[in-house]
Write a protein that binds this ligand. Sequence first.
Ligand code: FAD
Length: 290
Amino acid sequence: MRKFNYLVPKTLDEAVSLHESYGEKAKYIAGGTDVLVKIKEGKLKPDYLISLKHISDQDGPVMNHETGELAIGAYATHRSIEKSSTVRLNYPILHDAVSNIGSVQIRNVATIGGNLVNAVPSADGAIPLITLDAKAHIFGTKGQRTMELRRFFLGPGQCDLDRGEILTRLVIPAPAPRSGGAYVKHGRRSAMELPMLGAGVLLSLEEDMATCAKARICLGVAAPTPLRCIQAEKYLVGKVIDENSLAEAGKVAAEESKVRDSIRGVAWYRREMVGVLVKRMGLKAFERAK
Ligand SMILES: Cc1cc2nc3c(=O)[nH]c(=O)nc-3n(C[C@H](O)[C@H](O)[C@H](O)COP(=O)(O)OP(=O)(O)OC[C@H]3O[C@@H](n4cnc5c(N)ncnc54)[C@H](O)[C@@H]3O)c2cc1C
């Protein structure tokens, strides 16, 4: 494997200024499960790897009990999110996703920030966080900025970070009352494989516990970036949630999807599966909201 210098900044300022000094020759590394594979394959040739793992401000999921927001440090491993009882009990859609990424060994080192910045259409972490209306907190030479995570993805392998900027934190607003969500990745195997399709559905119910007050439907590998199915969401709001309304929402989502043929599945099958998975995850989300 190609030789590189491994730099270990302790603060965000230090990390950003190291990146500024070395420019194109430098690459940030968190868990390294993507970066090191690319270096080994010769797709990346950095002279300097700047580790983000020793920056002090790196919490796993932390609930702010005053605002109800959940903050997750970008350098939190998938495993730390999976093991958080707050996530398991209150954000099961996120738990569904992180607990199925790679293997335990991968989840012990791979981070949620690396998953998002890598920006592959199959990234499992993106879908639940988008349905939860998460905001991305970003730090760079010009200071801090915040953006909706759904706007963070620009194309396969491309996200809205300027050179040297670091994704520091994801913040999820307090969930609406009577909410539930579910995520599934669909593929030939459930583990150690990138999905053919990912589907996340989040529903909030009216006080009657039957009518949809708010819906979020997001798909992975159904477009070049994670895809919010806005028309399907609009269709559900005000409807009584049942098999029929969810099947119809699934059809609308399938029409909105931009699936293509690929080595992991043909387009017509994936489109069919969008309908099936949206309905299936909708029913699970409904049960969890009750
Ligand atoms: C065997 C195997 C199985 C896998 N299975 C899955 C799977 O099931 N689902 C899935 O979604 N992914 C999977 N992956 C992909 C990968 O593990 C994840 O995307 C992981 O979350 C990447 O995180 P990392 O910390 O290892 O990223 P790194 O490799 O450290 O970094 C990835 C990219 O993000 C940049 N970066 C990292 N953190 C930041 C930050 N905070 N700010 C700015 N830039 C940053 C790096 O410079 C690099 O470009 C798998 C990988 C392997 C090797």
